[in-house]
Design a binder for this molecule. Structure first.
Ligand code: GDP
Length: 445
């Protein structure tokens, strides 16, 4: 899937071949192309615009890691941003179906893959989570659709509610609810009627059913090939009946992957699953990493840059160690250490990794030694000029005031940071004076 976008971007990044830092001009040229590629992939304009802005901000001025090209590095930045957009701000967690019988309402337009997806999901819940599932079709306009669900049910060994001709959707929903309670089902899934377009009757019907069963999840099934239309459909369904998650079907096709990218950004609704074929096990949980990788079709490059960055960090660590051996330790060194701590998951994570640290963790928290402090300290160092960072002895009262104000903090906090720096610098000096092959050298080996 997504070949078009991947090909487009491939061409863009090949053109970035110069080594060194990513210049603003490089990044801007690449981003114009990325924007066009996204629009051609049917990503909506505001989403494409925001996306490009975010990447631009992150890429400009970033040092290019040795052994990768700027193009490869930009791919990685684009990839990471894409993962972020696809994942949204919060993890939706597992489907909320733990209090039986939990109703799941399936909604969407006709032909989007709603009935197939209902069966796929039922199969999955049965096989992977051991749930006892009941399916019911509410598509009273199309007897064939009701038959279709019954046949799918037989194929996957999942019960369907017996069809009673002439019954209206709300009555069927009520019967499904009762049957689910009496029959000891964990989940009952209601496959609502689809139309070719959203209309009042369709929406009213879904809303009535919703009010009767109070679904734990309302999943909207949309055809991923329809790009922005899918997003518009999602917005409308969500406005009118409320949607808790989205399933994008036909992501196995060679279509425009843009729907996935816009969906989360525009609707704020998590994409729960993607349909990857007509077979009843062709349903995958939505994985932002995997989908971003597919959109870009550049998984190898992302892995390469990650590896290169690790090497880069190792080189950085070695350079730092050399400085320490000479007894050098300025604010840049301190910042690098603080950032390293942040990268490793922050103070609490580091302590949590060590056995018997619970008590210390508490003490550290009481002393204000936490991740917020890391951020504040880094902000203070960022507020210093280059000269000041290289030589903290320059910091007299007026400079201190300016630096603290720049970070939005008190001078007292800056003083604490400086004290900490002095202690560490002293220690480095002592360790450094033990000379080459001394304690430090041994410590790193
Ligand atoms: P409904 O009208 O929304 O209930 O749509 P159906 O479930 O009847 O699906 C319409 C057609 O799309 C059927 O032929 C399905 O096999 C097909 N379909 C559904 N999901 C997918 C998918 O993820 N990939 C592909 N390739 N086909 C799908």
């Amino acid at each position: 899937m997504f070949e078009n976008l991947a090909d487009r971007l491939g061409g863009v990044f090949d053109r970035l071949t110069r080594q060194g830092a990513l210049t603003e001009a490089d990044v801007q040229t690449a981003m114009r192309e990325v924007r066009t590629a996204l629009l051609e992939a049917d990503v909506s304009l505001p989403v494409a615009r925001d996306f490009v802005k975010a990447v631009e901000r992150k890429a400009t001025g970033q040092a290019v890691t040795k052994s990768v090209t700027p193009g490869q590095q930009v791919v990685k930045i684009v990839h990471d941003e894409m993962v972020q957009v696809l994942a949204g701000d919060s993890d939706p967690g597992p489907l909320k179906i733990d209090s039986p019988p939990a109703p799941i309402l399936m909604v969407g337009l006709q032909g989007g893959g709603k009935t197939t997806t209902t069966a796929k999901l039922a199969k999955r819940l049965k096989e992977r989570e051991g749930k006892k599932v009941l399916m019911a079709s509410l598509d009273t306009n199309r007897p064939a659709a009701m038959e279709q669900l019954a046949i799918l049910g037989q194929q996957i060994g999942v019960d369907t509610l017996p069809i009673v001709p002439g019954e209206d959707p709300v009555a069927i929903a009520r019967r499904a609810k009762t049957q689910a309670s009496l029959g000891g089902y964990d989940v009952y899934m209601l496959d609502t009627a689809g139309r070719l377009h959203i209309d009042e009757v369709l929406i009213q019907q879904a809303a009535d059913v919703r009010d009767v069963v109070r679904p734990r999840e309302t999943l909207l099934v949309v055809d991923g090939l329809t790009g922005q239309v899918a997003v518009e459909v999602a917005k409308e369904f969500d406005d009118k009946i409320g949607v808790s998650g989205v399933v994008l079907t036909r992501m196995d096709g060679d279509g425009r992957g843009g729907a996935a990218l816009s969906m989360r950004a525009v609707t704020g609704k998590p994409i729960r699953f993607v349909g990857l074929g007509e077979k009843l096990d062709a349903l995958e949980t939505f994985d932002p990493e995997r989908v971003a990788g597919r959109i870009l079709g550049m998984g190898d490059i992302v892995a390469l840059v990650e590896r290169a960055q690790q090497t880069f960090e190792a080189e950085q660590a070695e350079r730092m160690m050399k400085r320490f051996q000479k007894g050098l330790f300025n604010m840049n060194d301190l910042r690098m250490q603080l950032e390293q701590m942040q990268k490793m998951g922050g103070v609490e994570a580091l302590m949590g990794m060590m056995p018997g640290m619970n008590k210390m963790q508490k003490q550290a928290a009481e002393a204000g030694l936490d991740d917020k402090m890391l951020r504040r300290q880094i902000a203070l160092i960022n507020s210093m000029t280059k000269k000041e960072r290289a030589n903290p002895d320059l910091l007299q009262a007026s400079r201190k005031k300016r630096i603290a104000a720049g970070a939005g903090l008190e001078v007292a906090e800056l003083n604490r940071l400086l004290k900490q720096h002095r202690q560490m610098a002293d220690m480095m000096k002592k360790l450094g004076s033990m000379g080459k092959g001394g304690m430090l050298k041994q410590a790193v080996q």
